[in-house]
Design a protein around this ligand. Structure first.
Ligand code: ATP
Length: 358
């Protein structure tokens, strides 16, 4: 088993629709991450894939076989939860080897596979301890070990790093990515953390209120978001948005908001030709706002040093935008600064639907 396909998969709890006609194919050996804010339906989707929850519409396929009728233990998947769910009275070795014991694998083979799994996760010295004698990061490794020892076709991971402190999360992120490369299995990962999604995934599926917004490789999600929801959700700090319209001035088409006028590159001009006088939203990421240019357009509202960079909030006289500039940034609050938006990095969205125009 390798490819996982969701066809029009829905889940309703009473009147509440948690997942709405989701179509998604996760390729063999792919690392796909589902992201979205709390309550968007990611965990429910994962639970339908592994069989802990039954879809109320549509079908889940593993390698073209419908699996909706199969209980969780008959599906070729292993799941890792946020809560670890380790057996408190069993040792690390017993926890990791438990699934094999249930499958009546011979004792010597269990010992060998537990040792190999523990080595690959760097916990071979902890095999005789019990969960309460472990740190959060060590427990998380044991939970991972318990899943990966089974060699399932797909590994389903539901926020496995969210109980760890910031530094450990960064380390485990890299280790999980490496584990995926070593195991060569399909990984379906759920998180609300966009950095985890960006750093680990082959593709990211962004969900909002049970509806798939976009599914694409991280670079594409970041540089060509399909709508304002995706644009705002991915990237920290979030993309700047300015609401305005497209004006035609002597044959030159420009974007204009309350406080900003922006010449458009030819591709954006073409994309806006059929729009008429509909309202649009200009989007520009903080790293694409530079504080240079011939004229002063704004004033410094506040600046926040971030180490290598500084985040400067600039008041344009109506709109406020954030610029990420190289540190150190020394201008005092309220001092006038020039502001430029990189024209090749502009996004335009339909103000009403939020869909990307350019
Ligand atoms: P989180 O990041 O908070 O875990 P999520 O994106 O994983 O959120 P889900 O847990 O899938 O979201 O929940 C989606 C929606 O379905 C939510 O509105 C939630 O309240 C609802 N829901 C989930 N499970 C049940 C249930 N067993 N009964 C009723 N409603 C549920």
């Amino acid at each position: 088993m390798a490819e996982v396909r969701l066809e029009n998969v829905s889940k309703a709890f009473g009147d509440a629709v948690a997942v709405d006609a989701l179509n998604l194919t996760i390729a063999d050996r792919e690392f796909l991450t589902m992201v979205g804010p709390s309550g968007c339906g990611k965990s429910t989707t994962l639970r339908m894939i592994c069989g802990l929850e039954k879809a109320t519409g549509g079908e889940v396929y593993f390698d073209d076989q419908p699996v909706g009728y199969l209980p969780a233990n008959k599906r070729d998947v292993a799941m890792v939860f946020q809560s670890y769910a380790l057996y408190p009275h069993k040792t690390v070795a017993q926890n990791i080897g438990f699934a094999l014991k249930m499958m009546r694998v011979p004792r010597t083979e269990i010992d060998e596979r537990v040792a190999a799994t523990a080595r690959s996760l760097g916990i071979e010295k902890l095999l005789d301890r019990r969960p309460k004698e472990l740190s959060g990061g060590q427990r998380q490794r044991v939970a991972l070990g318990r899943a990966v020892i089974r060699d399932a076709g797909a590994f389903l991971l539901d926020e496995p790093l969210s109980n760890l402190d910031a530094q450990l999360r960064v380390d485990m992120r890299a280790e999980l990515k490496r584990l995926h490369a070593d195991l060569k299995r399909t990984f379906i990962y759920v998180t609300h953390d966009q950095v985890e999604a960006m750093t680990m995934s082959d593709r990211i599926a962004v969900l909002s209120e049970g509806v798939l917004q976009q599914c694409a490789p991280p670079e594409e999600i970041y540089s060509r978001p399909a709508n304002m929801f995706v644009a705002a959700f991915m990237g920290s700090p979030a993309m700047n948005f300015l609401r305005g319209g497209i004006v035609d001035e002597g044959g030159v088409r420009r974007f204009r908001s309350a406080s900003w006028t922006q010449d458009l590159p030819p591709s954006a001009v073409r994309a806006t030709e059929a729009l008429g006088d509909r309202e649009v939203v200009l989007g520009i990421r903080p790293e694409d706002v530079t504080l240079d240019g011939p004229e002063n357009h704004g004033s410094v509202f506040v600046s926040e040093p971030l180490g290598a960079d500084a985040l400067v909030t600039v008041d344009l006289g109506g709109d406020r935008v954030k610029a990420r500039v190289p540190a150190p940034f020394r201008s005092a609050v309220d001092s006038a600064v020039p502001v430029t938006f990189r024209a090749d990095r502009l996004h335009l969205f339909d103000a009403e639907s939020g869909s990307a125009i350019h």
